[in-house]
Write a protein that binds this ligand. Structure first.
Ligand SMILES: [Zn+2]
Length: 410
């Protein structure tokens, strides 16, 4: 028999994925109407659950507070994102529950879309279990609506069972995919817990508190044009200057040559001609010192080129984009320890990931709010093969509730 609360969690998930909310990194936040629509529904749901200070702002950011019913405990926040990724699939999500029995699964008879076990062997961890899939024409959107459903379910459980708790802050943010833009706009005067969690990404047990330090560089080079017949001593070729700068970097320090904890400088764009050339670079490293060294290497290469090419005009900016969450872990590791303790109490084996990327928590941590991440329970994000085992989904709820209970015990 399926537990009532698990049923509520699944129903909530179906309700939220029914609202299409793909984001578009090229449009202002919120980049789609669906995100605003979902935000409106959630603001209403939070109100029904007894939360106060509910704010839905012009960026479709929803924040709310469940005030403490006991005194003297720390406040905690939970963050999930409203958008689903644009993976060039259908924006409309039609979820279905299928029991996995060891064979390939027909997700869509009409379109002949089959989930192949041989290409998704992780599914064998969930033999004879009920699993939520899309109809194969879209992502499932467990990234990150599983988290939204889990947070709402936790609040419902707390209300129905009079669970003791400190202040619980909630934030639902838009436009995580393609730039973590919603969390950048989240006002930490409004969303102001002692520490917070994102629930995002990946299978049961996964914990992320190490992400990249990330930055970007933009270089504009203006040369001097001349006809080749009379170019000697006159022509300054901006494209060749760009090549000189790029050649001073290590060709093995690129995404295609690195893995695990190795950082890189990634040439994401080079456009131009003799007269004008623009270069864009992404800078990534888990280690803060190595990250700063990479930034300096780029700066030095450009400055050196400026010295050598006095007739060219070279302008550049090097900016930080987000930080490794672990940079902000001080002596007090309570927020991270609580995840492990909650998982242990619920019989879940923790898998700590060093993420070669960033989370909303990377942005929030660099803004001063320590925000590690734990699992939604889903697999195959950003793919039509995305799937969410109901047992893992339920465990994500259990961990969330357990964290709140552990904080209340202190
Ligand atoms: Zn996500």
């Amino acid at each position: 028999m399926i537990k009532e609360i698990s049923k509520f969690q699944i129903e909530s998930f179906f309700k939220y994925v029914a609202i299409s909310s793909e984001s578009n990194p090229n449009l202002p936040v919120p980049s789609s109407k669906g995100q605003l629509e979902l935000a409106e529904v959630l603001a209403e749901d939070l109100k029904d659950l007894g939360l106060i200070n509910i704010v839905l702002n012009e960026n479709a950011i929803v924040t709310a507070l469940l005030p403490a019913n006991i005194e003297g405990v720390k406040s905690v926040g939970f963050v999930a994102h409203l958008d689903t990724v644009n993976a060039s699939l259908s924006p409309d999500i039609k979820p279905q529950i299928i029991k996995y029995e060891g064979k390939d699964i027909v997700l869509n008879e009409k379109e002949n879309i089959v989930f192949r076990v041989s290409e998704n062997i992780d599914i064998n961890k969930y033999m004879n279990e009920d699993i939520i899939f899309s109809d194969g024409t879209s992502v499932l959107g467990a990234d990150d609506k599983a988290a939204i459903a889990t947070i709402i379910t936790t609040l419902k459980y707390i209300k129905d069972n009079n669970v003791e708790h400190g202040d619980i802050h909630i934030a639902f943010v838009p436009d995580e995919e393609g730039g973590l833009r919603g969390s950048r706009l989240l006002d930490l005067n409004v969303f102001s817990p002692n520490f917070a969690y994102t629930i995002d990404c990946c299978e049961i047990g996964e914990v992320v508190y190490e992400t990249f330090n990330a930055g970007k560089a933009n270089i504009d080079i203006e040369g001097v044009t001349a006809h080749p017949m009379s170019a000697k001593g006159v022509l300054v070729n901006s494209a060749l200057i760009a090549v000189d700068i790029l050649n001073s970097f290590d060709r093995t320090e690129t995404p295609e040559c690195t893995e695990e904890k190795e950082g890189f400088i990634y040439l994401t764009s080079i456009t131009g001609n003799t007269r004008r050339t623009n270069v864009k670079l992404n800078i990534r490293d888990h280690d803060l010192k190595l990250y700063e060294e990479k930034k300096k290497k780029i700066k030095d290469a450009i400055e050196n080129t400026i010295q050598k090419n006095t007739r060219a005009k070279i302008e550049y900016q090097i900016e930080d984009v987000y930080s490794n969450i672990a940079n902000f872990l001080g002596e007090d590791r309570t927020p991270v320890d609580l995840i492990y303790k909650a998982m242990e109490n619920k019989g879940i084996e923790a898998k700590t990931l060093t993420m070669r990327g960033g989370t909303d928590g990377s942005v929030l941590s660099s803004k001063g709010l320590l925000t590690p991440n734990y699992f939604t329970g889903a697999h195959n994000f950003h793919s039509p093969n995305e799937f969410l085992p109901i047992s893992s989904f339920y465990k994500s709820f259990e961990v969330t509730l357990e964290i709140i209970k552990l904080i209340a015990k202190k």
